[in-house]
Design a protein around this ligand. Structure first.
Ligand code: UDP
Length: 460
């Protein structure tokens, strides 16, 4: 580890696993290069600092003691998780407390060389960083292709793509090839105008930053990164995949459930298991849940299925599955509440990943050379799915709106039973590109060196 004592980076993640995890991985990369890291995190979804002993954690509270009753965040949670509304409330609730916390951090202690904030916090963090004279770099935890689609929102609006009309879903978006109208990164929400505001604010906040860090790599998204650079005058640092920079970056503390899952996977044949997970935020209807369950069962392929508590709307966990179903799957299928996904995807028993195409899941699957079955649910997942299926050609599509048990059975079988479609070969080739980008002279390593020099130029 190089020594850069007395230099500190402040990081401000968005409090969802798909955003927090890559920020922590990035913190590990900085720490490994000799910088100290302070994580300012929200009291909402507060992490467990003991899992990350190398970093200093500071909690930002958005309310005073005794104000819990009026907590807008707990109300948002209770009202059934409209993500757009939740992000609106988070941004508003933490804007002022963040300013104060950042100011407090900058006074005294080691020199703060820069703030790295999640791009979704948008311009909120810009004012705060300016006030205390700290350079601001943003981390975009999604891919470059989806960012370019977000950046095109004003144009797409002018051209009447929004609100999306059902009759146009299969039309190409000529301004954003290879996307179709159904791939545009929107989501169901009661606050569509707010979604545009959050997206535009994210794009503007990135554009006015001193640099954008991407958890992606050049060989994967070269054209999209070039597209971004042709439109925005901001230095870019595609240094991903973060979690592959060093094997020791992630705290691999295993809990009892992880051991049980690994033991089960150890008993399966190589490439025989379909791993199913829709990430940390997506939710589905009970009817869809039952179709998935029976589709998996009828495919007769072994499966490992993550069903988060709350994943199925209106139920606690899997109680809507009949006893008959659970008996029926026997040892063929395993349903769990959460797994260590990096470990699961790296297990030789995994033959395919049925995913919602969240960016982290997409990258993690690519890194392990695992073919994907793509069922995007919202926002950037739709763009990622189109690239997985049509550009990188390492997965197949299973549209959510057309998902019934027969269709599921068919797609799962065709993904698992090896065919001459070249998907597996392309997965392995892409996995090799990851290693090339991360090698000493690879693009991600070079960009990382540039990033470190860049943030050190901000020193007051
Ligand atoms: N994840 C995990 N265990 C699970 C499900 C998800 O560790 O059972 C992790 C996964 O490895 C990924 C993150 O949670 O890093 C999910 O991020 P992603 O961008 O794929 O989707 P999101 O949750 O943001 O929709």
């Amino acid at each position: 580890m190089e020594e850069r004592k007395g230099r500190r980076i402040i990081m401000f993640p968005l409090p969802f696993p798909g955003h927090f995890n890559p920020m922590i991985e990035l913190a590990g990369i900085f720490h490994h290069r000799g910088l100290s890291v302070t994580i300012l995190h929200t009291s909402y979804n507060s992490p467990d600092p003991s899992r990350h002993p190398h970093f200093t954690f500071r909690t930002i509270y958005h309310k005073k003691e005794g104000e819990e009753d009026q907590d807008p965040l707990s109300q948002t949670k209770a009202s059934g998780m409209d993500l757009v509304a939740l992000i609106r409330v988070l941004k508003k609730s933490y804007e002022e407390p963040f300013r104060k916390s950042l100011a407090a951090e900058v006074v005294g202690g080691e020199t703060v060389c820069c703030l790295v904030s999640d791009a979704i916090w948008g311009k909120n963090t810009e004012v705060a960083a300016k006030e205390v004279g700290v350079g601001r770099v943003v981390l975009r935890t999604g891919g470059a292709a989806s960012f370019c689609a977000f950046a095109a929102f004003p144009l797409l609006r002018d051209k009447h793509y929004f609100p999306i009309q059902d009759s146009r879903l299969d039309e190409p978006v000529i301004e954003l090839p290879p996307l179709k109208v159904k791939d545009l990164p929107v989501m169901e929400t009661n606050e569509p105008e707010e979604l545009y505001r959050i997206v535009n604010n994210m794009v503007k906040g990135a554009n006015s930053s001193s640099g954008v860090i991407w958890n992606t790599f050049e060989d994967l998204e070269r054209l999209s990164l070039m597209d971004f650079s042709s439109r925005f005058q901001v230095p870019i640092f595609p240094i991903g995949p973060f979690h592959k920079h060093s094997d020791n970056l992630l705290s691999m503390t295993k809990n009892e459930e992880d051991h049980v899952t690994t033991d089960w996977l150890d008993k399966q044949d190589p490439q025989s298991v379909v791993y199913v997970s829709f990430g940390s935020l997506a939710a589905i209807e009970e009817k869809e849940f039952l179709e998935i369950a029976w589709g998996l069962r009828n495919s007769e392929q072994p499966f490992l299925w993550v069903v988060r508590p709350g994943f199925v709307r209106g139920t606690e966990w899997i109680e809507s599955l009949s006893c008959g179903f659970v008996e029926n799957i026997g040892h063929k299928g395993k349903i769990v509440k959460w797994v260590n996904q990096l470990e699961v995807l790296g297990h030789p028993a995994i033959g395919a990943f049925w995913t919602h195409c969240g960016w982290n899941s997409t990258l993690e699957s690519i890194c392990e050379g695992v073919p994907m079955i793509c069922t995007p649910c919202f926002t950037d997942q739709r763009v990622n799915a189109r690239y997985i299926v049509d550009v990188w050609r390492v997965g197949m599509e299973l549209e959510r709106s057309k998902m019934d048990k027969r269709g599921i059975e068919k797609v799962v079988r065709s993904a698992m039973i090896k065919k001459d479609d070249g998907i597996r070969e392309r997965c392995l080739k892409l996995k090799e590109r990851v290693n090339v980008c991360l090698s000493q002279d690879g693009s991600s390593s070079k960009y990382l060196d540039k990033l470190l020099s860049h943030v050190l130029t901000f020193d007051p």
